[in-house]
Design a binder for this molecule. Structure first.
Ligand code: NDP
Length: 287
């Protein structure tokens, strides 16, 4: 862990301690910057922590960088232990690290599916397990799960990505009810399209193509990378919205972000459920 000077001298009782994954770019970096601007202490983690050198240099007393690949679950426990040792507590954890994969379900290999689940589900679950004993002891804390609008609905070409985010949402919804009595909040963030590194060449993965899916998945293969740098969402504004939601007395469980993330599909799902309600209710035993 690379701490700035003076970290030990600070009065830790007045500010929060954040631990953020995937902080080298995009939302993770914006959230780290917003937390630092609010006067908090941030343990910003990344696969390449040197990408955070400027952030640490700008806030040497409150910004700390650490190496973390979130799929390395053994390292997660050690990092949480180090954070509590250095800072005495963890107030906010942000499970942010992630990337996109475009491919039809048939095109996506078992390994690609498992890699995405490691990144978006097993890593975040391990981090949650590691921090909860500390947050329960503190009787306070917040867990921010960076899901996606794709964590609530999906479309051709992003089934594997959505599956990993739906899974994270299912776990997080139950978690929220389990930890609320211990004073711990869970916030599931569901961004639409934001201008981060997400759709850029390096980050976006692509499954090997099967020509039969050209009509359904082809447009996504073109449009998603084509949106890079032009998305409407501003990650700095998303970070501000997340801080606002966390500060609320009644924080929401889910926070969609961006005009495209407002869930028109929820109305469609409700209408479908009601249209088939009689059939759905007809399957109980008669006695
Ligand atoms: P970026 O590509 O800008 O940031 C993703 C971050 O995740 C990078 O810092 C990357 O690090 C990191 N990362 C990837 N794999 C790992 C790993 N195995 N261990 C640790 N860090 C890793 O994209 P975003 O900021 O947009 O992505 C952040 C989150 O937001 C993701 O979970 C994504 O699914 C979600 N999201 C993004 C949307 C968007 O439109 N931008 C929409 C909805 C959700 P490195 O530099 O090492 O590659």
């Amino acid at each position: 862990m690379n701490a700035g000077t003076g970290a030990a001298d600070r009065d830790r009782t007045k500010t929060r301690v954040w631990l953020i994954t995937g902080a080298s770019s995009g939302f993770g970096r914006s959230i780290a910057a917003a937390a630092l601007a609010a006067g908090d202490t941030v343990v910003a983690t990344a696969r390449r922590p040197e990408a955070l050198d400027d952030l640490v240099a700008a806030h040497p007393d409150r910004a700390v960088s650490a190496q973390l690949d979130v799929t390395d679950t053994a390292r997660i426990a050690a990092l949480v232990a180090d954070t509590v040792l250095w800072h005495g507590r963890i107030d906010v954890v942000v499970n942010n690290a992630g990337l996109g994969l475009v491919g039809a379900v048939e095109e996506t290999t078992d390994q690609e599916l498992r890699d995405l689940m490691d990144l978006h589900f097993f890593g975040p679950a391990a981090l949650v397990r590691a921090v909860l004993p500390h947050m329960r002891r503190q009787k306070a804390g917040a867990i921010v799960q960076m899901s996606s609008m794709g964590g609530r609905f999906t479309f051709p070409g992003v089934g594997a990505y959505s599956a990993s985010k739906f899974t994270l949402e299912g776990l997080s919804e139950a978690l929220a009810a389990e930890v609320a009595p211990h004073g711990i909040k869970v916030l599931i963030v569901e961004p639409g399209s934001f201008r981060t590194g997400f759709a850029g060449g390096g980050a976006l993965r692509r499954a090997a193509e099967i020509p039969a899916y050209e009509a359904t998945v082809g447009p996504v293969r073109t449009n998603l990378p084509g949106s890079d740098g032009k998305q409407e969402g501003d990650p700095d504004k998303a970070a501000a919205a997340i801080l606002t939601a966390l500060a609320a007395e009644e924080a929401p469980l889910r926070l969609p972000l961006g005009n495209d993330a407002i869930h028109a599909h929820l109305e469609a799902a409700r209408a479908e459920t009601l249209a088939w309600e009689t059939v759905s209710r007809s399957t109980d035993f008669d006695e």
